[in-house]
Design a binder for this molecule. Structure first.
Ligand code: COS
Length: 382
């Protein structure tokens, strides 16, 4: 259910101020410590950021998709690591349960995910199953009223701090969607091991690592929806939403990069005048602004369609592809406008340039989005 306009505008304004006053000043600390400070996490919990899209019935704010992306436009104006800690709880870390959980599973986990007391993590990717998600090898073997999980999940966001994993595992050997099921596995269950923290190009503070299951025994009640064979389709539905959320994040970062570029271009003088006076600099600013505006419009349209319960697989893939490529171009132009300074670690544009590279890769590469878009088009025409 949508919030009333005044309440929603107040939320947007609060998040905008929170980003400006509380998050942006802590960006360097996050890079240095590779962690989000506890007091910041507490404030994010108090603001309801962990439960934006989880229903009010389950303790969240119950935002529509359009409202969620508008909040994410704001959250995007700072290091993506801040968004990462809360974003998985309203995205891929909770959506399996929202989409396909039993009433008991929803009641058990969603309130703690919505408050941020529990961190959710989505465990799909494996060493040999990235883009080809259906090739996953992790198995879940039925053993009386339990399942036994074996396998390795890779690059799992928030795994080092997660309390709950949505684990896609094979309950049958054949290559088909029905062979894959989803299990809600609590951290600390015997048989789960975490790998060393991944060393990444950017996004310091957003934690990922391997999650290894070795004869990890979970009760049958951990089977999502109490039904074998719905794991793959659920994962795809989770990603349909997740891709819109990531696209919105790209727009927020692009806005920030444009702002940084404008301030720098007006201040930096060459040939006796601010570089902002040069039309070649203006052209880069204009291209970045038009790119960002186009992505924002696409995302808002896709989100509104999703709120109208239309199938948005194609639109979400379009938005994710366009926005992630777009923010790459905007970051590249920002570095160019900053010139030598843009290559220096002391300026945020250097950090964002590395951070945004991930968006063309995770939650489905650009090439996977192309494949999804084309398949949907061809399917609609047949
Ligand atoms: N919503 C609901 N169901 C979906 C769906 C969606 N968005 N996408 C696919 N499905 C269903 C299909 O309808 C099909 O169902 P049936 O078996 O009943 O026909 C089933 O799932 C299998 O789909 P498909 O045949 O398209 O599977 P493929 O193995 O060809 O792969 C891609 C599909 C490539 C699109 C998928 O593997 C993918 O998205 N890969 C990228 C994974 C990814 O994003 N990883 C990031 C990790 S999370 S950070």
């Amino acid at each position: 259910m949508a919030l009333d306009t005044d309440t929603f505008n107040l939320l947007l304004e609060t998040v905008r101020r929170f980003v400006l006053e509380r998050l942006i000043p802590r960006e360097v600390e996050v890079v240095e410590t590779n962690a989000i400070p506890d007091d910041v996490v507490r404030e994010m919990r108090d603001l309801g950021l962990f439960g934006l899209s989880i229903s009010e019935q389950h303790g969240g704010l119950g935002l529509t998709m359009e409202e969620e992306v508008r909040v994410v436009f704001e959250l995007g104006r700072t290091s993506p690591a801040f968004r990462s800690v809360a974003g998985t709880n309203i995205g891929i870390g909770s959506q399996s349960i929202v989409i396909a959980g039993t009433p008991d599973q929803k009641a058990k986990y969603l309130p703690a995910l919505a408050s941020g007391e529990l961190i959710g993590s989505f465990a799909l990717t494996e060493p040999d199953a990235g883009s080809d998600a259906m090739a996953l090898r992790t198995t879940a073997r039925k053993d009386g009223d339990h399942y036994i999980l074996n396998g390795t999940k890779r690059y799992i966001t928030n795994a080092p701090i997660a309390g709950l994993f949505s684990v896609m595992a094979r309950t049958a050997p054949e290559r088909k969607a029905n062979s894959i099921s989803c299990f809600l596995v609590e951290a600390g269950t015997p048989g789960i091991k975490l790998g060393l923290p991944d060393k990444k190009m950017g996004q310091r503070g957003a934690l990922t690592c391997d999650v290894i299951f070795e004869d990890c025994r979970v009760p049958a009640a951990a089977l999502l929806g109490n039904e074998e064979g719905n794991g793959f389709r659920t994962a795809m539905q989770v990603l349909d939403k997740g891709r819109l959320h990531i696209a919105a994040l790209c727009v927020g970062i692009a806005d920030r990069l444009i702002e940084e570029s404008v301030v720098y271009a007006k201040d930096r003088k060459q040939f006796g005048q601010p570089i902002a006076e040069f039309q070649l600099i203006q052209a880069m600013l204009a291209d970045s602004e038009a790119d960002t505006y186009a992505a924002r419009c696409m995302i808002l349209d896709a989100a509104a369609r999703r709120d109208r319960r239309e199938n948005t697989t194609r639109q979400a893939a379009c938005a994710k592809m366009f926005a992630s490529e777009m923010v790459g171009r905007v970051a590249d132009r920002a570095v160019q406008i900053f010139g030598g300074a843009g290559y220096m670690a002391e300026y945020p544009v250097e950090r964002f340039y590395r951070d945004v590279r991930l968006f063309r890769i995770f939650e489905g590469t650009t090439q996977i989005q192309q494949l999804v878009i084309a398949r949907e088009l061809l399917k609609a025409a047949s």
